[in-house]
Write a protein that binds this ligand. Structure first.
Ligand code: NAI
Ligand code: MG
Length: 358
């Protein structure tokens, strides 16, 4: 029996609802396989915890999380707690503290999902973002001077280190090689306006590309990239982008794959010196929280990415096949996809489908 210890942080709003379905699917996969067992520990950290305790997670939170094979996170964010606190004191703390310098976000339109672009189908939309995940524009370096005064100043500095940028670029090239789709890496830049950080980014991209002569390269400014993603998505394979650019473009990408209800993500420490963290791209969606309306597919896809990372290929393939199967019938889907099912019914359908296919 292979056993994995998983730390579960459902967070706030729909984070909790979709997490239940992710766990349901993992338990089903475990019982079907008979060879893999997941041991879950729940942590009630997040905004509601903050309102009670004045902090987003325990002081020794990272120490506690260190012992796990992986972390599953739902979403954080709650009216009444400023977003910069909820993001920085939990998510970014884990991403930075555990050197999860890669944020991997697949953008793939699955069969039977409607694409908002005319004449494009699932063959055309299949790309992956490799987003730098711990520094860049989200380094948290800066300050406010003369607060509240007429001459108030806000400074937010981007930080790009050679060591980290090189590792991110290398990861993207290796990933393109392994994926073996178009064998291409597209770098997202803005070196015309950001004359230090992005000129540096371009330089490291070029240097790294020289080690991978078999991989094609291209580089576009972020504004043009957003346009090309809509105009000719089929020409893209692997993107490498800074923290901010990757964050923005992957929300755009989620629309190409059918909405935020499909957008999965992984925060990876490739060296495996710390646990990696798996979380859907969407937030806590206070507008639909508590109503059973949240689409859990992004969470289930996120679980699939975790299985992939844990090298449980068979289970990971089963999860992906299960997602594709439930998409064949609208009745089994949530309202954002035109169905009438609740969040928990989608999880139940998914389990049924897995059971039937085994
Ligand atoms: P959001 O992703 O929570 O919601 C955006 C829109 O998409 C809403 O209309 C929502 O109902 C819909 N939506 C999102 N996920 C869905 C799903 N699974 N099924 C069906 N519909 C879905 O982003 P928003 O509204 O900008 O932020 C809400 C809160 O979440 C804020 O506090 C924000 O800081 C936080 N947030 C947290 C993230 C995280 O924990 N990783 C990521 C993004 C936002
Ligand atoms: Mg985002």
């Amino acid at each position: 029996m292979r056993e994995y210890k998983i730390a579960v942080i459902p967070g706030d709003g729909i984070g909790k609802e979709v997490m239940d379905e992710g766990i349901k699917v993992l338990n089903k996969l475990s019982s079907l396989s008979g060879e893999v067992e997941f041991k879950f520990d729940n942590y009630d950290w997040g905004c509601e915890y903050y309102l009670k305790h004045g902090k987003m997670m325990d002081e020794d939170g990272l120490e506690k999380l260190k012992q796990y094979d992986a972390i599953l996170l739902g979403a954080v964010g709650y009216p009444g707690v400023p977003d910069h606190i909820s993001l920085r004191d939990l998510l970014l703390k884990i991403r930075q503290g555990f050197n999860q310098y890669i944020n991997l976000r697949p953008i793939k339109l699955l069969p039977n999902v409607e694409c908002p672009l005319k004449n494009k189908d699932s063959d055309d939309i299949d790309m992956v973002f490799v987003r730098e995940n711990k520094e860049g524009e989200y380094s948290g370096v800066g300050g406010i001077l003369n607060e509240g005064k007429e001459d108030e100043i806000a400074i937010q500095t981007s930080v790009f280190t050679r060591k980290n940028t090189e590792k991110v670029m290398k990861f993207a090239f290796e990933f393109a090689k392994k994926r073996n789709k178009l064998n291409k890496v597209t770098s997202v830049t803005k070196s015309n306006a950001l004359n230090y950080s992005m000129v540096f980014w371009d330089k490291i991209f070029k240097e790294t590309s020289e080690e991978y002569p078999e991989i094609k390269t291209e580089s576009y400014h972020v504004d043009a990239t957003s346009m090309f993603m809509l105009q000719r998505p089929e020409t893209f394979d692997v993107f490498v982008a800074s923290n901010l650019f990757g964050d923005i473009l992957t929300d755009l990408g989620s629309v190409l794959q059918g909405g935020l209800g499909f957008a999965a993500g992984a925060n990876i420490n490739p060296e495996r010196e710390y646990p990696s963290m798996f979380e859907p791209v969407h937030g806590s969606a206070p507008d639909i929280a508590g109503k059973g309306l949240a689409n859990p597919i992004a969470m289930i896809w996120t679980v699939q990415m975790m299985l992939d990372f844990l090298e449980e290929k068979e289970l990971s393939d089963m999860a992906m096949e299960g997602i594709k199967e439930i998409l064949k019938d609208k009745e089994r889907l949530t309202p954002d996809l035109g169905g009438k099912a609740t969040t928990s019914e989608v999880g139940d359908f998914m389990c049924q489908v897995l059971e039937n296919r085994c």
